[in-house]
Design a protein around this ligand. Structure first.
Ligand SMILES: [Zn+2]
Ligand SMILES: [Zn+2]
Length: 250
């Protein structure tokens, strides 16, 4: 049978670097997009701590957005600990900036008279900054996610990437984006079917897990059945970056 036009690989359109990143992410056994985006944001934060933050323009942009968000702040700390065995100083320098910035924001806000209307025109630049709000890496994350999902459609006709539509579907968060944004109707339908099959299978397994959870039947639970909660959360929202160290797949 001739493959449909949608399923034919158009590999020449995929940059080699991106293809390698996606092939590597495929080996994680997890949602391909979650794994690829995580790897790329770790590289990005590492490069920022290694040299990016030394550039005044980059550092200003970072501070203007309120520094790191909560997730990327803790990720940066982990990356610094993993990468600079003798102890990196980059995060400490950024923290000093952020501590002073947060202090001046609080001082400025405290000095403002209590009014219902915002003080347009009298607000200083620092008063407009919110510490912990979505950061430059959150913006990069969203852009990268959309790009990789788009690129994945170019690869989905290749045998190794067919796993995405069979035994290794994307998480619902990413799968839904593909099922809406992919250009070809057959590819969108295949993604929706793969997601539904996976979710229905997990829902049935979850019912077995719940039924066996009382004391009388707990001994009937097999080892693989105990992991269903973790698989279900993976399937719904992808794995949590903050706990990935404990959950690293081979
Ligand atoms: Zn995902
Ligand atoms: Zn962030």
């Amino acid at each position: 049978m001739r493959p449909t036009a949608s399923a034919q690989p158009r590999a020449h359109q995929v940059p080699e670097f991106t293809r390698i990143a996606l092939e590597h992410a495929l080996r994680s056994g997890l949602c391909l997009i979650c794994a690829a985006v995580r790897a790329s944001e770790r590289k990005s934060i590492h490069a920022f701590l290694y040299e990016g933050m030394m550039s005044p323009g980059v550092r200003q942009d970072f501070l203007r957005k309120g520094g790191f968000c909560r997730r990327h702040f803790w990720m940066a700390k982990q990356i610094e600990e993993d990468s600079w065995q003798a102890g990196g100083i980059g995060l400490a320098i950024l923290c000093e900036d952020l501590l002073r910035l947060a202090s001046s924001i609080i001082e400025e806000r405290g000095a403002q008279p209590r009014k219902n209307k915002p003080l347009i025109g009298r607000r200083t630049e620092s008063a407009a900054i919110t510490i912990g709000s979505p950061c430059i890496f959150c913006e990069e994350h969203a852009t990268r996610e959309a790009y990789l999902i788009e690129i994945l459609e170019e690869l989905i006709g290749e045998p190794r990437f067919q796993r995405i539509l069979q035994d290794q579907p994307l998480c619902v968060v990413h799968g839904q984006i593909a099922a809406i944004k992919w250009k070809t109707v057959e590819n969108r339908a295949s993604m929706a079917t793969a997601l539904r099959t996976q979710l229905q299978r997990l829902a049935a397994e979850m019912r077995i897990f719940i039924d066996k959870h009382d004391h009388q039947r707990r001994s009937e639970l097999r080892d693989e059945e105990r992991d269903v909660l973790q698989y279900a959360i993976d399937a719904l929202v992808g794995f949590d970056h903050s706990v990935v160290q404990e959950r690293e797949h081979p």
